[in-house]
Every structure is written in structure tokens, then in C-alpha cells.
Write a protein that binds this ligand. Sequence first.
Ligand SMILES: C[S@@+](CC[C@H](N)C(=O)[O-])C[C@H]1O[C@@H](n2cnc3c(N)ncnc32)[C@H](O)[C@@H]1O
Length: 346
Amino acid sequence: MNYIGSKLTLIDFLKTSIRETLTANGDNRPPQQLHFADLFAGTGIVAAAAKELGCNVTANDLQYYSYVLCRHLIAGGNGITHERAIRLCERLSASECTEGFIYRNYSLGGTRLHDQPRCYFSDYNAAKCDGMRMELERKWQMGKITLDEYFFLLASLLTSIDKYANTASVYGSFLKRLKKTAQREVVLTPMPIVTGNGKYQVYNCDAESLVNMLSGDILYLDPPYNARQYSSNYHMLETIARGDSPIIRGKTGVRTDQHKSRFCSSRHVFTAFENLIAAANFRYIFLSYNNEGLMPLDKIKDIMSRYGSYSVRMQSYRRFKADSDENRPHKDKVTTEYLHILVKNI
Ligand SMILES: C[S@@+](CC[C@H](N)C(=O)[O-])C[C@H]1O[C@@H](n2cnc3c(N)ncnc32)[C@H](O)[C@@H]1O
């Protein structure tokens, strides 16, 4: 899934940096003996890579759609064979189109009589999405599918419908005319199944409170860098994931009950970050944060250095498209990613 701040292209850099840091500290334990926690998990791609390596994994995110993705990728998939995955998706795809919440609020057909019509999806895709979401709930309520199958299908619906959104990148706005990909009929594509033999936990909490309840070896932190709240940028995925009918407002139809992250506030970010570092009961802490964020690099260094031995690694990479579309008018395509490392005195 295209996601702001996704570390998809940085996985190898992260793996190498983490392995080399542990080795440099004389820690040669195999992954099976390590507990890896990702407290801002987003798409779950980093936590899934840790699971694939064999680590025990905890994943968390404030947004419920991210919880759904991680619940499937990290803690789910049990008993779902490739054939079963295909069959489940085929059956859900057969759901009737229904004029539900997404159709009534985010398609042109459903909002044509509104003062400000919205066009986030074609009429067909919006109604198909509603139909599949409702049918999924029915299947679960009637005991036709397991909980792992429920999250597998919901995660597949989220990642599939996102490909047909009529947006430039995120859900902070929509395009006036249906773009080509949005005109195509949604196809429900099965999410991959990530297998493993470790212990897995997934949470939907604020990282600042959750960190007090955890302990482990490797803590990976990838908080938002700037003032743009993920809850606004991805409000549509939140509503599809929840399957609710929230109060929405304005031209874009954002939820009024959005979670506000303290990491997106220049006033609160330093306290939130230091609280996290101070409370973390983990020996190795890795923070992804670039040089254009709310916290300047020297401030990050100051805070982390108070708790142990600090170092930093850098890697150039191609910026995610959304960052250059409507959110930030950046001209440079290649940017530098910083990985701040703390070997904590605990
Ligand atoms: C840069 S993205 C993470 C991207 C992720 N590493 C990936 O590769 O997909 C930041 C994430 O932090 C989450 N977030 C923001 N504030 C949070 C908080 N206080 N606690 C937990 N998660 C939070 C957002 O919902 C978002 O998914």
C-alpha cells in the first residue's frame, strides 16, 4: 500500500543497521531469542520483516486500519492456506453492491444532492466496498469464518480498495474527475500470509502509554515527522476498517472523532518523544526520523544521549510520491533517511 512514511524501500537498510548494532555490542542471539517491538507500525511492513526473520514481534499503531493490517500480517494468517485465501476473496467479491455509508457520503451518486458533492470512489466501487464490508461482518457474526479469516479479508479489502481511490495520494482531498484507475472495478486481492513460530502481539494504542507495559530487546520507532495527522490523511481507511457510520464534516468528509497524535504537534512532540525514550524498557532503540521533521536532528541526539550511547546512520532513498504531490511541494526526488540509534543503559 502507498503510505506516507512507509519503510518498504528501506527494509534492507534497517535490517543491516539493526544486525550490525547488535553485533557491535557483542549480542549474537538468534532472532528467535529476540523481542522486536514496532510502536508506529503503519502498514506493518517493518514488523512483518522482523516476523519473517524469526523474531517475536509486538506491533502497534494509533489508527484502527493499521491495527487491522498488523493483526493480519503479524498475529494472523493461522490456518489460511493459499487456496483458502483465494476462495475467501472470491466469495467476498461476490457480495452485492449496497448503497451504504461509503456510497452515501463519498461517491458522486450518493452525494449529488449535497452542497458539496464528493468523489472519492466511482459509484460502483463505493457500493461494492459497502457490500463487501457488510457481508464480511455478517459472515463473522454468523460464525462462517474464523477471526484470522475476518482480519485477513478486512486487510485485503483495505489494501485493495485503496488502489481505486480517486485521489492524488491521500484522502485529504479528492480529484474532480474520476481518474483512470478509479474508473476500473475493484478487484479484491488477497493479502500475503506471513508465517512464523514466534510470539506475536498487536495493539491499537497510543505508543506513549503502551511503552510502559512492554519490555524487550529491540524497539523500532517511526513516528510521524510533521503536523499532518494520519487520521485526516487516511480517514477513509479508518471508516472502512471500523465499518461504522461516524459524524463527518467539511468538503473532505473527515471523521470528527479523529485521534490527534502528539508527535504531529510542535508543542508536544519533544515531551512525547522523551517520555517514550525514558520509559522504554528495551536495550536497543532505533528511530527513523528525517531532517525535515518537527524535531531537529541535534535535539533528537540531545534527548537520546541522555539515556545511553547514541549514534546515527543515513541512507539516501527515493521519496514516496504522496510527499511530492499535494502534501509538500518538494522538488527533490531523492532524500536522506536517518536512523537514530540508542543503546540504552538499562
Ligand atoms: C511514518 S508512519 C509509520 C510507517 C511504517 N513504519 C510503515 O513502514 O508502514 C507513522 C505511523 O504512526 C502512527 N501514529 C501516530 N501517532 C501515534 C501514537 N501516538 N501512537 C501510536 N501510533 C501513532 C500513525 O498512525 C502512522 O501509521
